[in-house]
Design a protein around this ligand. Sequence first.
Ligand SMILES: Nc1ncnc2c1ncn2[C@@H]1O[C@H](COP(=O)(O)OP(=O)(O)OP(=O)(O)O)[C@@H](O)[C@H]1O
Ligand SMILES: [Mg+2]
Length: 323
Amino acid sequence: MTNAILNLAELDAAALQALPAVRILVVGDVMLDRYWFGEVNRISPEAPVPIVRVERREERLGGAANVARNAAALGAKTALLGVVGADEAGATISDLLAGCGIDNFLQRDAAISTIIKLRVIGRQQQLLRVDFEDAPTDTVLRDKLSQFNALLPQYDLVVLSDYAKGSLVNVAAMIAAARAAGKPVLVDPKGEDFSRYAGATVLTPNKSEFRRIVGSWSGEAQLTAKAQQLREELQLTALLLTRSEEGMTLYTAEQVLHMPAAAREVFDVSGAGDTVIATLAAMLAAGMPIASAANTANRAGGIVVGKLGTATVTRQELFPSAS
Ligand SMILES: Nc1ncnc2c1ncn2[C@@H]1O[C@H](COP(=O)(O)OP(=O)(O)OP(=O)(O)O)[C@@H](O)[C@H]1O
Ligand SMILES: [Mg+2]
């Protein structure tokens, strides 16, 4: 090639062509988002609470499963490794994964309940959320780590989706194994201690996750200093800070790239972070340079917040001129 600098359209076209062959392994806290909709006509005689007569139910993949769903929606070959209970919700998750063409490597832990977030909605109002949450048992976690090591050679890139529910206690070992195998590792982090993510390729905290680690900042210069310091401390190739309505900022050793939010309309911001990391993963695995991949991910975030419910973005929506 005489001109080493590809223009944007060429980058997009090359990534689009590579996408169907890309293999992504998503690992993390798998959840089921459950919605019960109904009418409220009376108050319970048992306690002063409304009675919801359920008329409609909806179930969606949540947490790491939503990240996998987003990667699959872009056309990447996607596998999911995580833990569910040996229960009906676990079976529902397996059905939903099959419907999206995601390879299912979920471990079933008979000692726990699948993580479920159940919303009860009456008269368009959320009345109650019920969470089922158990951390996986040690034996299952050990099995999961060996399965991770066994699966790793078959994938181009790893996404670790941490919702602090306990299925990523071995995150440091997973990052080390992936790096040793030369596979990029993207992490959506949670919690008080980011040192366990050291050596990852990209970390994608949102503002509050980032603030918990570095404290608050006043002004962009101080934010940049804190972001670059954390990136260096953790030896990351990049830190991608997602900033809700402010868009996102990519910090690498070479540059600070700010991308303003691309949303035209905002209906539902839940799960936007999942769409962002899944898009970033798919584009990086398809060979896009990180700045372009982040730009594409920001576009995807802008599209997904315009949809209701935990939604996905397709290749056609991301690259309308190419399809
Ligand atoms: N209110 C908004 N207006 C415009 N764009 C938004 C808005 N909220 C989110 N986005 C887009 O989605 C991206 C990710 O959102 P955000 O920073 O809120 O991640 P998050 O908190 O991890 O999301 P979640 O945890 O709900 O999945 C943003 O960088 C931006 O591109
Ligand atoms: Mg998030």
